[in-house]
Write a protein of this length. Sequence first.
Length: 40
Amino acid sequence: MLKEVMLEKANKYIDIIYHNLFIQGIVETNIDPKAICHYL
């Protein structure tokens, strides 16, 4: 039970990190946001 909860929290944390890195990558490379919305 505890292990599952920890895994769930870890997965959410990882998702947030990847999402932030993805957004940062878009900002740094100046890709058209409309093209990126397809991937989000």
